[in-house]
Write a protein that binds this ligand. Structure first.
Ligand SMILES: [Ca+2]
Ligand SMILES: [Ca+2]
Length: 180
């Protein structure tokens, strides 16, 4: 069930994460994959206990490469590529559940389409995503991220389903199955 909650988080927070490319299976990771691997090494243990607001800030700092406090289309694409490359890189230390969760998230986001998802979040239509826009459907607080994502009061599942368009009903039904 946490798989689907994490999927929701991905859908809400990482709208740019799309397709899984088959090109990243080399044992030598690209610099982007290596950078993401270093990020995961730090962020993963940190986010288990840190407030979700601080966990998000860490992820944001990683994704916002030019530090303008917004995500450009290039930055969201880079993030997508890094995640997709990392999850397929044999050297990653993701367990099977994490790998399955990420691949499912990437596949769903790919099916929904990166551009429509990004556009649906870009409410002021400036072509960039602010923190507020990215967090439109998620209310972070002092609890760790995992706990926040389990809380239906903190995650607007209906809004996320709407953003996924034709896939929305599937996401809603998955939520019903997980009983969250
Ligand atoms: Ca930026
Ligand atoms: Ca915007």
């Amino acid at each position: 069930m946490s798989r689907f909650r994490a999927l929701c988080f991905l859908a809400a927070v990482l709208p740019a994460v799309p397709a899984v490319s088959a090109a990243q299976e080399s044992a030598v990771p690209s610099p982007a994959v290596e950078r993401f691997d270093r990020f995961i090494d730090t962020a993963s243990p940190f986010c288990r206990t840190a407030p979700s607001t601080e966990c998000f800030a860490k992820a944001w700092a990683f994704a916002d490469e030019d530090g303008d406090d917004h995500l450009s289309n290039t930055e969201t694409r880079n993030l997508r590529d890094a995640v997709a490359g990392w999850v397929q890189w044999p050297g990653n230390r993701a367990d099977d559940a994490e790998r399955a969760r990420i691949l499912l998230g990437l596949s769903l986001l790919e099916a929904a389409g990166l551009a429509p998802l990004t556009a649906s979040l870009d409410t002021d239509r400036d072509g960039l995503l602010s923190k507020e826009e990215v967090l439109a459907d998620v209310r972070l607080d002092e609890r760790p991220m995992e706990e926040v994502l389990k809380d239906p009061q903190a995650v607007d599942r209906r809004a996320i389903a709407n953003r996924l368009g034709a896939l929305g009903p599937m996401v809603s039904s998955l939520f019903r199955q997980v009983g969250g």
